[in-house]
Design a protein around this ligand. Structure first.
Ligand SMILES: Nc1ncnc2c1ncn2[C@@H]1O[C@H](COP(=O)(O)OP(=O)(O)OP(=O)(O)O)[C@@H](O)[C@H]1O
Ligand SMILES: [Mg+2]
Length: 334
């Protein structure tokens, strides 16, 4: 079974080929440089570039897998959540291709893609498992019983973890996307340099907007010369302190959820799962509390179409396909 995955929900144009669960090609054409000068993704620029890139990216995936379209058994495509214009490009392309080839179309929820991205790397977590999906737009703690039978235990009430990293990075003058820059600078910093707030809500929900505000006030309440000196001499310590605040909250929620549910396997997925401190701290918690930890390869943490093909293949195995009238849903939830 050869499934083409197409994912254009934000600013990466991506296509992948998955053959019986094995990734044969995973192509990502990132538009980050095009959006960098604006400090975030500009929807209009993103959708225009998806239009320019979607065909060459799919052709590149096919070439890498030495396959042509006649070998395809199905097309899986992200239909939400994401930027409407961006989603529309991928979905229109996928619909036309599936229709032209007379093969099934499968609409995939981008967040399901992030959840099942963990299965792209052996060994797959046994079911049930807990999945912490941490990305630019989402922070969700999901209890997965079996494929497509899941419960969202908690999610962010305001900013996502990745968004918090991106906004703080901007305050520190580190550009976009900020997560990787904070991670890099934090490597040799002191995480106890400043005690930024950790919001612990009663249930498994998260809140990261207070952290961003606290960094804003921390910088704003100082005279210009002192602020510049701080950013010059203690940038690494500040990045480490912010990173520790985010990671503490995430790891604490995972440990509490493991304790409450008795689940023995934990996955961490999405762009923020690339964060080195988060990866290390979840591993340490797993060793201390006796749960196994599954974090996908970096290529499968960031937006990618292999994860969409994976979730799509599971849908097909469960007998789910989508009608040709499938529409985008920019606010689709898990
Ligand atoms: N090493 C890192 N440390 C922390 N954050 C990181 C790291 N690498 C990437 N990120 C963050 O991951 C986010 C991008 O992840 P991803 O591509 O999964 O999100 P998205 O697709 O934009 O959002 P969503 O999946 O919610 O729609 C950005 O916020 C980025 O700053
Ligand atoms: Mg994503």
């Amino acid at each position: 079974m050869l499934v083409l995955g197409v994912e254009t929900s934000c600013d990466d144009t991506t296509a992948a080929l998955l053959e019986d669960g094995a990734v044969r090609a995973n192509i990502v054409s990132s538009q980050h440089e095009l959006h960098e000068e604006y400090g975030g993704v500009v929807p209009e620029i993103a959708s225009r570039n998806h239009q320019r890139l979607v065909v060459p990216v799919v052709e590149k995936a096919l070439a890498e897998a030495s396959a042509d379209t006649t070998a395809l058994d199905a097309v899986a495509v992200t239909h939400g959540p994401g930027l409407p214009g961006s989603l529309m490009v991928g979905l229109s392309f996928a619909k036309a291709l599936a229709r032209g080839l007379g093969i099934p179309l499968v609409g995939v929820n981008h967040l399901e893609g992030h959840v099942y991205s963990v299965d792209l790397d052996a060994p797959r977590p046994h079911r049930p498992f807990l999945c912490l999906v941490v990305s630019g737009g989402h922070t969700e703690l999901v209890h997965v019983d079996e494929n497509f039978h899941h419960d969202v235990l908690g999610r962010t009430r305001d900013d996502a973890a990745g968004e918090a990293f991106d906004k703080v990075a901007q305050l520190f003058g580190l550009g976009y996307p900020g997560g990787p820059a904070i991670d890099r600078h934090a490597e040799h910093g002191d995480p106890t340099f400043h005690d930024f707030p950790r919001s612990r809500l009663d249930d498994f929900d998260f809140s990261f907007s207070g952290l961003k505000t606290s960094v804003l006030y921390y910088l704003r309440d100082r005279p210009d010369t002192e602020r510049n000196r701080l950013l010059d001499t203690h940038l690494e310590d500040l990045c480490a302190s912010v990173q520790a605040a985010v990671v503490d909250v995430l790891v604490d929620a995972v440990r509490r959820a493991v304790e409450k549910t008795g689940v023995e396997h934990v996955a961490v997925t999405g762009g923020v799962a690339a964060n080195s401190a988060l990866r290390r701290r979840v591993e340490e918690a797993g060793t201390a509390d006796g749960f196994t930890v599954h974090v996908p390869d970096l290529a499968y943490c960031m937006d990618n179409a292999a994860m969409i093909a994976q979730a799509g293949a599971y849908h097909l195995a469960a007998g789910h396909t989508s009608p040709p009238t499938l529409d985008i849903d920019s606010n689709l939830q898990l």
